[in-house]
Ligand binder design. Structure first.
Ligand code: M6R
Length: 363
């Protein structure tokens, strides 16, 4: 049942304020800063976290690496499961291995989990299907509570994964004494406001649809981001190629001049995720490098960022202002809706893109 939407993907994008609200109620409750997690989760005895996943779930892990390192001072390794499982990486018994999977049945992720059994201190997973193999074979499985996801392009599972991973990073910061009670109270209250902020982001749908008309004509699209916006740029590019079949690549903005800038000309739209945070000025100078080569910049920022930088951009999408720590969850909305509207404009099969399966249970 698409609940009045044209596609399951559109329905699942629209559901995000509600399902994230439910995940927050489950893990955070209505007030206070206590995070409801099983007692076995003890970050004080760990030296590092190793996170493994595929596709969109891998980009959720990459985002979480920034959170765990910056907020909790905890070293994190992240890898795609298909590489990790055959690399034979050494795993110390002061490592927790964390697997992220919507389906809980992805063959490479499950094999990576089995490789870590008996080596890591603990096997954790963040899953949408609590009865899945990955959940069953973990010491602790945390549900993301996104509800059934039908569209092959993962949307609400991604933002629910991010929500649970951020809560885990906050718990790690708390346990390891890395965050003041004031900052923790501040961040948890911003998290409780996420459903409202996400609704405001969804209200920008018409602007995203208008941009998509331009993207639909492109052969290649580049996505750029710095810091927490870099994994999101990767996710935006994956969404676009999966459902619109347009060639899309993402780079850390600082990598532009190390090669990809050679691709820029007037035919290549460059999507830049750049909220007005501490890295904003650097993103603006990367944008200027693109525009100096006639590249068309689609800037995704907040009102303050748009005011400072939109003048020369080809198009701008304005997101609600948010604490920079939470920006990946909010900026996921334009990443998803740009891909969605571009695919609709091109007339592709949004929910069942060619060559792809919802659950990849073979290598
Ligand atoms: O079920 P999983 O989260 O383990 O799936 C991982 C990837 O196959 C999945 O995220 C894939 O990349 C999606 N189609 C992305 O939209």
């Amino acid at each position: 049942d698409k609940a009045g939407h044209k596609h399951f993907m559109a329905k699942e994008i629209a559901e995000q304020p509600r399902v994230i609200g439910e995940a927050l109620r489950h893990y955070l409750g209505a007030e206070g800063t206590d995070i409801a997690l099983p007692d076995e989760i003890d970050f004080t005895k760990l030296d590092r976290l190793t996170m493994v996943a595929c596709g969109t779930a891998f980009y959720a892990c990459l985002t979480a690496k920034y959170w765990f390192e910056q907020i909790a001072g905890m070293p994190v390794e992240v890898d795609v499961a298909s590489e990790f499982r055959y690399r034979e990486p050494p795993i110390s018994d002061r490592t927790a291995a964390l697997f992220v999977s919507q389906s809980g049945e992805t063959a490479d992720t499950l094999a990576a989990l089995r490789y870590c059994q008996g080596k890591a201190d603990q096997i954790l997973s963040v899953v949408n299907v609590p009865e899945s193999s990955i959940a069953r074979e973990s010491d602790v499985a945390l549900p993301i509570l996104a509800g059934v996801e039908i569209g092959v392009a993962s949307t609400k599972a991604f933002t629910c994964q991010l929500t649970v991973l951020l809560l885990l990073a906050l718990e790690a910061a708390k346990q390891r004494g890395r965050m003041t009670p004031e900052r923790l109270a501040d961040l948890t209250s911003h998290m409780r406001a996420l459903p409202t902020v996400l609704n405001a982001a969804l209200d920008e749908d018409a602007a995203m649809q208008a941009c998509a008309t331009g993207l639909a004509e492109a052969q290649d699209v580049l996505f750029l981001g710095r810091g927490l916006m870099y994994p999101l740029a990767l996710e935006g590019a994956l969404k676009l190629k999966e459902i619109s079949y347009i060639h899309a690549e993402a780079y850390a903005s600082g990598e532009l001049k190390h090669g990809p800038i050679a691709l820029i000309d007037r035919n290549v739209p460059v999507v830049v995720f750049a909220p007005r945070d501490s890295l904003f000025e650097k993103s603006v100078s990367n944008m200027q490098e693109v525009m100096a080569r006639e590249g068309k910049v689609l800037l995704i920022s907040d009102a303050a960022g748009a005011k400072d930088a939109a003048a020369d951009a080809w198009k701008t999408i304005t997101m609600p202002a948010i604490d920079p720590v939470l920006a990946p969850i909010v900026y996921a909305i334009p990443a998803q809706l740009l891909a969605y509207h571009t695919a609709v404009a091109k007339g592709t099969d949004v929910d069942q893109p060619r060559n792809l399966a919802k659950s990849v249970t073979v290598e």
